[in-house]
Design a protein around this ligand. Structure first.
Ligand code: GRF
Length: 215
C-alpha cells in the first residue's frame, strides 16, 4: 500500500477524490498526512472528517527552509509519493531533490499549453475547442515535468470560465486517482522526460470519457 502525502492550499476537491478512491477500493493507498500552507483551507475539514493527520506550515521563512520543514514532515510520515492538490506555491529544493520524480501535480489545462495560473481561463481566451487537464511529475519548472496522463473535454461557445472549469474538474477527479494507481503499481517508467505506461489499457473513447473504465 503506497503512502501518500498531500499538499493543498484550498478547496481540496482533488484531495477528496483521492480519499474516495481509497474508500471505494480503486486505489490501494494510505494518506499519511495533509500539509497545507493555509490555515483556512477547506482541505483541513476533509482531513478532519476522514481522520487524516494534517499540519499547517505557513510560509514565513525562506523557501528552502520552508521546504526543509515540508520534507521533515513527509519523511517523518514515511511518505513515498507527494501529491500536489491545488497547492498554490512553486515547489523548490530540497523537496524537489529528496522526492525527485515522486511528486505529482494536476493542472487544469492540456499541457504544454496554458501553464501557470488560470489554465482554464487562458484556454477559453485563446479560443481552443478542446480543453482538459494533465497529471504530471514535478520538476523545477512551472508545469513542465513529464506528463503522466491527460483528459479532454469539449469547449462550447457559451462556456464561461466557471462552466469549463467544472467540466474539467470532473475529469481531474478521475485522472488523478488513475495516475496515482499507475505509480503505485510500478507502471510508470520515465526515460528522457517521457513517461511510458506499462500494460496500458487502450480505449477509443479516451478523449472525452477517459480513464474511469480502467481499474
Ligand atoms: C484544480 O483545478 C487543479 O487542477 C489546480 O488547482 C485546483 C485545485 O482544486 N491545480 P481543488 O482544491 O482540488 O478543489
Amino acid at each position: 500500500m503506497i503512502k501518500l502525502g498531500i499538499l493543498a492550499s484550498g478547496r481540496g476537491s482533488n484531495f477528496q477524490s483521492i480519499i474516495d478512491s481509497i474508500k471505494n477500493d480503486y486505489l490501494s493507498a494510505e494518506i499519511k498526512i495533509l500539509i497545507t500552507d493555509n490555515p483556512d483551507a477547506y482541505a483541513i475539514n476533509r482531513a478532519k472528517e476522514n481522520n487524516i493527520p494534517y499540519v499547517c506550515l505557513k510560509m514565513s521563512k525562506s523557501k528552502s527552509e520552508y521546504y526543509e520543514m515540508v520534507v521533515e514532515q513527509l519523511q517523518k510520515n514515511e511518505v513515498e509519493l507527494v501529491i500536489l492538490a491545488g497547492f498554490m506555491r512553486i515547489v523548490a529544493r530540497p523537496l524537489l531533490d529528496v522526492y525527485k520524480m515522486r511528486i505529482m501535480n494536476i493542472h487544469p489545462a492540456l499541457l504544454p499549453s496554458f501553464r501557470g495560473l488560470h489554465g482554464q481561463r487562458q484556454a477559453l481566451e485563446y479560443g481552443v475547442k478542446i480543453a482538459g487537464c494533465t497529471v504530471h511529475f514535478v520538476d523545477d519548472g512551472v508545469d513542465t515535468g513529464p506528463i503522466i496522463t491527460q483528459a479532454a473535454v469539449p469547449v462550447y461557445s457559451d462556456d464561461t470560465e466557471d462552466s469549463i472549469s467544472q467540466r474539467i474538474l470532473a475529469l481531474e477527479h478521475k485522472i488523478y486517482p488513475y495516475a496515482i494507481k499507475l505509480f503505485s503499481e510500478d507502471r510508470l517508467v520515465i526515460y528522457d522526460n517521457i513517461v511510458t505506461i506499462l500494460n496500458e489499457i487502450k480505449s477509443d473513447d479516451k478523449l472525452f470519457v477517459p480513464t474511469q473504465k480502467i481499474s
